[in-house]
Design a protein around this ligand. Structure first.
Ligand SMILES: Nc1ncnc2c1ncn2[C@@H]1O[C@H](COP(=O)(O)OP(=O)(O)OP(=O)(O)O)[C@@H](O)[C@H]1O
Ligand SMILES: [Mg+2]
Length: 277
């Protein structure tokens, strides 16, 4: 398969770890037996990186993502997110770290059906007791950024699959996470819609410098990622990088870094038009 053009990404990651996993093991007990699913994972992901995690079904990708997303607890080893060790935290501190630092996008959007797109995006802020007006402003800007300004009042059932996933992406960003985690975010979508969503992930990295980890079976997406980690039977089998995918700040014709320069309105309009086609 020919290698796709590298996406436009943010400035090169700095040597500042967002995630450090050391000898991470995770077992489940199942019908009286211990099943070791993660068998000692060591890896570091730095601020601003975009990383794909691939591997066969059952390799432990979702389990690892859930652990780094604080949705599950590792059995042994060490796991640090933004410098904070997860293994010593109680549930309340884990929830606090999750809300402050992590955004999730899953294969199924998990939007609340009885709420509008705008209300769904605002929801994490409401749960956090953040000011409603500020959250609504932010949610509107995010919906515009994902090309859905004209769908804010639609309920999930009144949106296409790709639109639902874009709302889920906006929702994941509303509390401005450092780390965005996605598990098969386009597993349910056709290839054209998938590629629009993939572009959005890359744009989020470029505009916000959010660190992004995406578990995917999509070969085209994986081939375009600047770093791809392959898990096999609970271990890191390969860890391949292509750092040249990132823009250096001194590069001529560098893509604008600041959000204002990126003319999000124009982009959002273009996307809304494309989506309406
Ligand atoms: N709660 C659980 N209890 C027992 N076993 C589990 C549990 N969750 C996952 N497993 C097992 O752990 C292994 C890894 O599961 P995981 O969901 O991480 O795989 P994956 O790499 O994400 O696969 P896929 O590509 O199919 O999504 C599987 O063999 C699965 O059966
Ligand atoms: Mg999985």
């Amino acid at each position: 398969m020919s290698r796709p053009e590298p996406p436009v990404l943010g400035t090169a990651p700095v040597d500042k770890p967002v995630l450090v996993a050391h000898n991470v093991k995770k077992s489940f007990s199942h019908m009286g037996n211990e099943l070791e699913v993660l068998k000692g994972i060591d890896l570091t992901i730095n601020e601003g990186e975009v990383v794909g995690i691939v591997g066969q079904s059952g390799a432990g990708k979702s389990t690892f993502l859930h652990c780094i997303g604080t949705l599950d607890i590792i059995t042994s080893g060490s796991l640090k997110i933004a410098g904070e060790e997860l293994t010593t935290m109680n549930n309340a501190r884990l929830a606090d770290l999750r809300n402050r630092t992590i955004g999730f996008v899953f294969q199924f959007h998990h939007l609340l059906p009885e709420f509008t797109a705008l209300e769904n995006v605002v929801m994490p802020g409401m749960i956090q007791g953040r000011p409603k007006k500020e959250m609504e402003q932010r949610a509107r800007a995010l919906l515009e950024e994902v090309g859905l300004a004209n769908r804010a009042s639609h309920r999930p059932g009144e949106l296409s699959g790709g639109e639902q996933q874009r709302v889920a992406l906006a929702r994941a960003l509303v509390l401005e996470p450092k780390l965005l985690l996605a598990d098969e975010p386009t597993g349910n979508l056709d290839s054209a819609t998938s590629s629009q969503i993939h572009d959005l992930f890359f744009e989020i990295n470029r505009v916000r410098r959010t660190t992004i980890v995406i578990v995917t079976h999509n070969r085209e997406l994986a081939a375009s990622m600047p770093r791809v980690i392959t898990l096999r039977d609970g271990r890191v089998e390969t860890d391949e990088r292509r750092d040249s995918a990132y823009r250096t700040s001194s590069a001529p014709n560098a893509t604008p870094q600041k959000k204002e320069d990126a003319k999000p309105e124009a982009k959002a309009e273009a996307k809304a038009e494309a989506a309406a086609d």
